[in-house]
Design a protein around this ligand. Structure first.
Ligand code: HEM
Length: 508
């Protein structure tokens, strides 16, 4: 029999041994993870150069504020095509118009993939449309969306009437403020999202529909969170999912709420459907799903329907809304530009009828202003992350298949080779000496190549009609004594910080 003292001693020794063993295992595990992480951080052979990364987190911290500006500055040191390490994720950044065109246009297919980042995998399983891997699934979803946009949207003359109708709801709601200061964000968001809603659901939502508004707000918050430091950290170290705190958790909770809401509205809007007689995108998608049910490789599924509807709502709303909000801000900031816009509207459209798309070719100044807003304000400054679909060669560099590629569209819009004084807001740069509108090659707000924006035509229609209808009726000005900040709020998109504006009815 062991005495109590010897038992205690033996237990202490075995606890001690277990502690040492556990401690050693932990050290071995941490060393293994560290070596693996450092190996992941090694620049692939022939990869473009770039700023020196920190061990483990690489260059993630440099992206904390204004990453598009940081990347443009780095391109002055390392060249238009340089690399970053995002915590073990080798990344290539394309800067300036020439580099973007060389990759996205000249090697369109090679640069057409989306990166398999943990965040995208978790949110959409790399399905849907916008985040979909380049391949059959993307081709099928893009084709269906393009056809639906044509069939239920911009391909129809009656669709213009529907946008004009929404413009009227919009300006009437602005009028309710009776020239007093208000923040136009929610109003613009609702009006703009209703245009996409017409295509997706065949119906608009009223401006006081709280459920829909809440969904858009949550969505919009996620666009911001998806570009936060936490999102980059999650992509590099997905195990942080076990942490109960952090912005990535909020992002996941939001995504789950939006998913449930979309599920519910898709059910609602597919009721009363007649096969092969689609009323909107949802019906058209369900037709495709049924038609391809026997094909095991077909990508149409209920889950992908929810993802693609969500992506179309947010891609169509967040972007165009911010472009219109910037346009309003710049009109109030530059009264002389606003004068010229209104002079053109008065002479081409007058005040007895609403503006129409037929007026557009005769309104070069308005066209120039809208182009300059898109150039100067950079609504989607870094595009949507791309990836190489196969091994690529560009300017003597080797970029392996699956590499994350960031297209710095902002840098093309501030490329001094193509724009004089790019940091000045000047619509005149889009006009020739006779005052006619001129296209500019390095203008890329909708990106280029195979994955270029699917909603470009729709966005241009919306911007023109909302902007001209608003400027026909109102003079925009800031409340006395206040000029809002022009510093953008960062996220996947750049949006103005909340501001108050007065919409004063014009005397014509
Ligand atoms: C001012 C408005 C808009 C801007 C500045 C804009 C900009 C962009 C940009 C930069 C991309 C990334 C393309 C790439 O990967 O290189 C994109 C993609 C996309 N946009 Fe837009 N967009 C706008 C409006 C819209 C609208 C109204 C819709 C539809 C309702 C839309 C739907 C999409 C979709 C679905 C994609 C993904 C395309 C794909 O992966 O194949 N966008 N957009």
């Amino acid at each position: 029999m062991l005495s109590t003292g010897r038992l205690a001693l033996k237990l202490t020794v075995s606890y001690g041994q277990a502690f040492v063993v556990l401690g050693s295992l932990l050290v071995i595990l941490l060393s293994f993870l560290l070596i693996r992480q450092l190996a992941k951080q090694r620049r692939p052979r022939g990869f473009p150069p770039g700023p020196t990364p920190l061990p483990i987190i690489g260059n993630i911290l440099s992206l904390a504020s204004e990453p598009h500006v940081y990347m443009r500055k780095q391109s002055e040191i390392h060249g238009q095509i340089f690399s970053l390490d995002l915590g073990g994720i080798s990344t290539v950044v394309l800067n300036g118009y020439d580099a973007i065109k060389e990759c996205l246009s000249h090697q369109s297919e090679v640069f057409a993939d989306r990166p398999s980042l943990p965040l995208f995998k978790k949110m959409t399983n790399m399905g849907g449309l916008l985040n979909c891997k380049y391949g059959r699934g993307w081709v099928e979803h893009r084709k269906l969306a393009v056809n639906s946009f044509r069939y239920f949207g911009s391909g129809q003359k009656t669709f213009e009437n529907k946008i004009s109708e929404e413009c009227m709801f919009f300006v009437d709601a602005m009028d309710e403020h009776k020239g007093k200061p208000f923040n136009p964000k929610h109003l613009v968001t609702n009006a703009v999202s209703n245009i996409t809603n017409l295509i997706l659901f065949g119906q608009r939502f009223t401006y006081d529909d709280r459920d829909f508004q809440q969904m858009i707000e949550i969505f919009s918050e996620n666009v911001e969170l998806a570009a936060s430091g936490w999102a980059f950290l999650y992509n590099a170290f997905p195990w942080i999912e076990i942490l109960p705190f952090g912005k990535h958790q909020k992002l996941f909770r939001n995504a789950a709420k939006v998913y449930d809401f979309l599920l519910e509205i898709i059910e609602r809007f597919s009721q009363g459907r007649t096969r092969q007689s689609p009323r909107h995108y949802i019906d058209a998608y369900l037709d495709e799903m049924e038609q391809s049910a026997a094909d095991p490789r077909a990508s149409f599924s209920r889950e992908n329907l929810i993802f693609s509807v969500g992506e179309l709502i947010i891609a169509g709303t967040e972007t165009t809304t911010n472009a219109i909000r910037w346009a309003m801000l710049y009109m109030a900031l530059h009264p002389s530009v606003q004068d010229k816009v209104q002079k053109e509207i008065d002479s081409v459209v007058g005040n007895s009828r609403p503006p129409s798309l037929e007026d557009r070719p005769r309104m070069p100044y308005v066209e120039a202003v809208l182009h300059e807003v898109l150039r100067f304000c950079n609504v989607v400054p870094l595009g949507i992350f791309r990836a190489t679909s196969e091994d690529a060669q560009v300017r003597g560099y080797s970029i392996p298949r699956g590499t994350l590629v960031i297209t710095n569209l902002y840098s093309a819009h501030f490329d001094e080779k193509y724009w004089s004084h790019p940091d000045v807001f000047s619509p005149e740069r889009f006009l020739d000496c006779r005052g006619d509108f001129v296209r500019r090659e390095a203008f890329l707000p909708f990106s280029v190549g195979r994955r270029h924006c699917l909603g470009e035509q729709l966005a241009r229609m919306e911007m023109f009609l909302f902007f001209t209808t608003m400027m026909q009726r109102f003079r925009l000005q800031f409340p006395a004594g206040s000029v809002p900040s022009l510093t953008p709020k960062l996220g996947m998109t750049l949006q103005p910080l909340p501001y108050a504006i007065c919409a004063i009815r014009r005397q014509q």
